[in-house]
Design a binder for this molecule. Sequence first.
Ligand SMILES: Nc1ncnc2c1ncn2[C@@H]1O[C@H](COP(=O)(O)OP(=O)(O)OP(=O)(O)O)[C@@H](O)[C@H]1O
Length: 274
Amino acid sequence: MTVKVRGLDVALGGRPVLNGVSVSVPAGTWTAVIGPNGAGKSTLLRAILGLVPSRGEVTVAGEDLGALKPRHRARVVAYAPQTPNLPVGMTVFDYTLLGRSPYIPHLGRESSADRAVAAEVLGRLDLTGLAARPLDHLSGGERQRVVLARALAQQTSVLLLDEPTTALDIGHQQQVMELVDQLRLADELTVVTTIHDLTLAAQYADDLVLLSGGRVAAAGPPGEVLTRSAVAEHFGARVRVSPGPDGRPDLSLERPGRPERSGGSECSAGSADS
Ligand SMILES: Nc1ncnc2c1ncn2[C@@H]1O[C@H](COP(=O)(O)OP(=O)(O)OP(=O)(O)O)[C@@H](O)[C@H]1O
């Protein structure tokens, strides 16, 4: 399902946070929203979902998302927030099962199929061993994967993920990104994720949207958006951008005021660093 945002304006606390943001995410593709702290990335996801008041247009497969009843909307779009409110004492399994709520009849109970979906998602995220654990007895990274599990259990066509990998070790970062990519390819999921790791964003996303000061500063394939000058201008960072194995950009920080090191021998003890 194609996600289209046109001319989105959001003001929070009387201050403009998003200004005329337009983004188009074709069905079955992955767009990563990048940008410096406070650029408006999380606000964009929240505005798409109607969680903050906005002006402009948000459609999914041509339908106005704001016009859908919450239950219907929850069958179309799943959202994994950056800092969710987690019910104290609830188990990992029961929390994941909440993702099935849009499919459970009013005054009804979850079916064995709903429980099977929750169990399967937990398995794919390496969380089966934690299923009976209360949410407040988890590490930060475990909690983050459980929030993703609940979103995946919704089995929607559109997935909005706010910083899904920030608390994860490198192995679980790869696991989560690969899982989302597999689901995208297998089920034609449309994925929009905010992410701070620019190399990770470039490795997985089809397109990047660079938000800066609440506006779209650049959008397009990673190689076009992630230039040395764009990173310097919008993040205030000095980076080296080199093409990765499949041509996607690979970023590494350059230490200001330090000369380039050309080989391992220069790192040997006692070598002059000037
Ligand atoms: N409820 C609020 N009231 C007033 N201002 C807010 C509110 N929520 C967010 N903001 C402001 O809106 C701006 C955008 O916030 P947002 O969380 O969308 O940024 P972000 O790009 O996701 O940042 P980060 O990378 O730090 O997560 C920030 O300046 C923030 O201080």
